[in-house]
Design a protein around this ligand. Structure first.
Ligand SMILES: [Zn+2]
Length: 80
């Protein structure tokens, strides 16, 4: 096998894994409710926006759909 095909194969597998992580991470985040750090409103992120967002503990970097600010949003434990 040529090294080029091995590299393409690795990139393809890595891309597939990244897509799966993006989808499942985003899906689990989109089912949760977050509180905007700027305006205090609650929202649930869309999975394709949440999948690759950075998070520290229960704070996730998300863009608020109400005020448009991007920042750390803590998880809300209240029901939707
Ligand atoms: Zn906001």
């Amino acid at each position: 096998m040529k090294p080029l095909f091995v590299i393409i194969g690795i990139i393809a597998i890595a891309g597939l894994v990244a897509l799966l992580v993006w989808y499942f991470e985003g899906k689990s985040l989109s089912e949760k409710t977050f509180v905007c750090g700027s305006c205090g409103k609650k929202f649930s992120p869309k999975w394709w926006k949440a999948g690759f967002s950075a998070h520290m503990g229960e704070n996730t970097v998300l863009q608020c759909p109400h005020c448009g600010k991007r920042g750390f949003c803590p998880l809300s434990y209240e029901e939707k």
